[in-house]
Design a protein around this ligand. Structure first.
Ligand code: ZN
Length: 259
């Protein structure tokens, strides 16, 4: 069985679509989908998704590129919401220096505040680290959080080792499936399998085989897993079992759906 460790499901599906997806997941051997929130606006949405579907679980946090008008009052709401709802993790949080976002100071302030929440609630974190891996590592060292995942990882081997040494996993998805993605494929091949989680990041980061304009979805996960198994020279079932275990390690509160 597969677990999509990072999917923005609430941005993809209507209620009707979700009913169809529910029926298809077991057939596709997808056990769980982890949905992080991105802003104060979708905290309730991800919580509701998980309460309506036992194959869905969630993390709560504010994404670095969704911080418009986010301030102390929102952090307080987040803190209360975490206390009341017991999410799997704090996420999606992090830093993004790759985009045109000029407000890096705000990103860092909100990131640090959320690392402190992770510490306070004793939860792992789901992190967005685009173009800012060293800055993320610096803050993790300083605030000593429990672990979690650097999602859509695309750094150096040395940066990967630093995450792994601190007890974090690294998320790989559709980006590694492109012929030109030689660095990501090198990382996927050489990093220890025990440190890897699989994700679709749907609706973003479509894998290579989707037509232009075709929507990425968690249903792409098994094929992404097959791609990784080929790179690793492992049987698909072997790889799936190890990656699933990795996901349960990264998120100790994730409830097993099948034994
Ligand atoms: Zn994301």
């Amino acid at each position: 069985m597969w677990i999509d460790s990072h999917c923005h499901l609430d941005f993809i599906y209507s209620k009707e679509d979700l009913a169809v997806l529910s029926g298809r997941l077991k057939v596709q051997l997808i056990e769980k989908i982890i949905v992080p929130s991105v802003s104060p606006k979708n905290l309730d949405r991800v919580i509701n998704l998980a309460s309506n579907h036992n194959w869905c679980d969630y993390a709560l946090g504010f994404h670095p590129l969704f911080l418009e008008n986010v301030g102390d009052a929102d952090l307080e709401i987040l803190d209360n919401c975490i206390g009341q709802n017991k999410p799997l993790a704090i996420g999606e949080i992090g830093l993004d220096m790759f985009s045109n976002d000029q407000n890096f100071n705000l990103q860092e302030t909100i990131f640090v505040a959320q690392l402190k929440l992770a510490k306070k609630h004793d939860l792992p974190v789901i992190m967005h680290v685009r173009g800012a891996i060293d800055q993320v590592l610096k803050n993790l060292r300083r605030y000593n959080v429990k672990g979690g995942v650097a999602h859509a990882f695309n750094g150096s081997t040395q940066q990967a080792s630093q995450f792994i040494d601190m007890g974090f996993k690294l998320g790989f998805g559709g980006a590694m499936t492109y012929a030109r993605a030689t660095h990501l494929q090198f990382l996927a091949k050489t990093l220890p399998l025990e440190s890897i989680l699989l994700e679709t990041d749907a609706p973003d980061i479509a894998p290579e085989w989707l037509e232009k304009g075709e929507k990425n979805s968690p249903e792409q996960l098994p094929k992404i897993g097959q791609f990784l198994a080929k790179i690793k020279g492992l049987k698909v079932s072997e790889l799936a079992a190890i990656v699933k275990d990795n996901t349960y390690q990264a998120f100790p509160n994730l409830v097993k759906l099948y034994t």
